[in-house]
Ligand binder design. Structure first.
Ligand SMILES: [Zn+2]
Length: 300
């Protein structure tokens, strides 16, 4: 049973990777954290700082060769599909994100709900970078907790507009993790992987139909899987004014989505991570992530 419903928030200044002009709005982490800290409604909540994930934690998922490429800043074939610069600051930020998601998972197991104000890098594969993702923080947290015998089974609810292809592949033959991805069909990545449950969405889908499909999918999962821990990738690139997403969800529709996930399987601890968000206006992205925080704190 959940002991309380005040989620713990995990944040580190080291998430704020400086990428110069890039579609990835790296400033969102710091701005979101400041907004939460100055918001009276979140005063009672715990804000905790992670430590950086260790190499051995990261290697619970990623190959040692690949991790060496990253740490030595080697532009090997494993990094060809990355769309990020390769600098030690950026690589370090991914180790921090992994540490953050792992800490959020530990906090969720302790108090019921926790949220990493970062993370959700679901395009990273075991042996390969892709998109804006070097290390798959959610997979690292799951494999680490399984190795420590803290959990036996995890469920991933990935509602970012892009398919969680790296995660799907990592857990493809691993029954200790159920992967669910609901994403825009005609969008990145071009080649989709197979999740346990994929719900490809038509471009321009609106709130009502989206929420109906989500509800159906969650019911289906509840009938077939009993997780010890749930990870929610709450990407807000489903927003109608997103630069990289083609769906037509409103702010209110996204709030309903977040609430639906927050209330799903109430007896199972829930870890939320930010994942994507590339609204035309960066502050819309921050507002939408803040809305997810409100949903997790039952303030919506
Ligand atoms: Zn995305």
């Amino acid at each position: 049973m959940k002991k309380q419903l005040l989620p713990v928030f995990v944040y580190s200044e080291n998430y704020n990777l400086d990428m110069g002009p890039h579609v990835f709005p790296a400033i969102k982490f710091g701005v979101l954290h400041e907004r939460l800290r100055s918001d009276r409604r979140f005063r009672k909540h715990d804000f905790v700082e992670p430590v950086k994930a260790t190499r051995s934690e990261v290697e619970n998922v990623h190959s040692s060769d690949y991790v060496s490429d990253l740490l030595e800043l080697k532009h090997s074939s494993r990094l060809l599909r990355s769309e990020l610069p390769l600098t030690s600051e950026i690589v370090e930020a991914f180790f921090w994100a992994c540490g953050g998601t792992l800490l959020a998972a530990r906090e969720a197991l302790r108090v019921g709900r926790a949220m990493n104000l970062g993370g959700g890098f679901h395009h990273a594969f075991r042996n390969q970078a892709e998109g804006f993702c070097y290390l798959n923080d959610v997979a690292v947290a799951i494999r680490t907790l399984i190795r420590e015998d803290r959990i036996a089974r995890a469920l991933i609810i990935d509602l970012d507009v892009h398919q969680g292809n790296g995660t799907a592949r990592i857990f493809r033959f691993d029954r200790r993790c159920y992967t669910f991805s609901m994403h825009e069909e005609n969008n990145y990545p071009q080649k989709k992987e197979r999740s346990n449950l994929d719900v490809p969405l038509p471009t321009a889908i609106t709130d009502e139909e989206y929420l109906r499909l989500l509800e159906q999918s969650l019911e289906k999962i509840a009938q077939s899987y009993e997780p010890d821990l749930i990870f929610y990738l709450a990407g807000v690139d489903v927003y109608r004014l997103d630069r990289l997403g083609g769906l037509s969800l409103s702010r209110e529709g996204i709030a309903q989505r977040d609430k639906m996930v927050a209330r799903f399987m109430p007896e199972v601890p829930l870890v939320t991570v930010l994942a994507g968000g590339y609204a035309v206006n960066d502050m819309d992205t921050v507002d939408l992530h803040l809305q997810t925080c409100e949903a997790m704190a039952d303030l919506l």
